[in-house]
Ligand binder design. Sequence first.
Ligand code: ADE
Length: 223
Amino acid sequence: MPRIDVLTLFPRMLDGFLAESILGKGLERDLLSVKVHDLRAWTTDKHRTADDRPFGGGAGMVMKPEPVVAAIEQLQSPGCKRIYLTPDGVPFSTALAAGLARESHLVLLSGHYEGIDQRIRDTVIDMEISIGDYVLTNGTLAAAVVIDALSRFIPGVLGEEKSLTHESFTGKLLDFPQYTRPAEFRGMSVPEVLLSGNHAEIEKWRSARSLEKTKKVRPDLLK
Ligand code: ADE
């Protein structure tokens, strides 16, 4: 069972996420284990200081090395992967999610403020991941995104194993449109072919729609 420890200054941001949906079921059924830790538990002064001003000047505050390094040294295990969520990390992807799902122990560090002391990265971080080219106020939601995406690759988390193979990015095209009942809604009919029962024709139609959509919104995927 993959074990995941999340280190954050905002542990409650993950309460709803962990309780709900498919992931909540996976946790209930012990298919994975996620523990959230408040970084301030490793601070030692009475103000529970986790950040300080940057040497060399500049705006914002920087996360201090002592509490973070102490926390990771306590949580880590031999062979675990220690990951820092940061906009300057390597881009997150399906391939990365699938790889992380095979690890036995992950420690996810959520950053805050303008960044973290470089010595944290140099000593207790194995990998840095960005979930996209935008800046969040802290990395906690990024950690949630990584956990959610990798949980889909843990056997049994998804109800129907098959549903994984049908979705975007496991191949390299975007999804085709889906329809369910009613067959007519506000004057809009479901494409005839989907009601035909002709599986070869349905596959052909779906492939064409996938290609069309990919050309339109993600031409980069076709290169
Ligand atoms: N922390 C702030 N922004 C982030 C991003 N885009 N990805 C990962 N961690 C982050």
